[in-house]
Design a protein around this ligand. Structure first.
Ligand code: ZN
Length: 75
């Protein structure tokens, strides 16, 4: 009487996650080089990151305080 139709539900264990696209070239990523599609793309991204880190402006005080000066001379 009981125990029928219960095995139809035991198919949920394996959830295959679809591979994300490589952020560098857009190809589907592989497990070995996540989140990239290959070690080469991982290298490209690393170099980009390093370049970006070095290209960041070191000084933030490049703008002269014009407003403060104008306010002082206005009186
Ligand atoms: Zn790639």
């Amino acid at each position: 009487m009981a125990g029928e139709g219960d095995q139809d539900h035991a198919h949920d264990g394996e959830a295959s996650v679809p591979p994300r696209p490589c952020p560098v070239c857009g190809k589907p990523a592989v497990f070995a080089a996540r989140p990239f599609c290959s070690n080469r793309c991982a290298d490209v991204d690393l170099h980009r990151w390093l370049r970006g880190a070095y290209a960041l402006p070191a000084a933030d005080d490049d703008e002269p305080p014009l407003e403060a000066d104008a306010k002082d001379r206005g009186e």
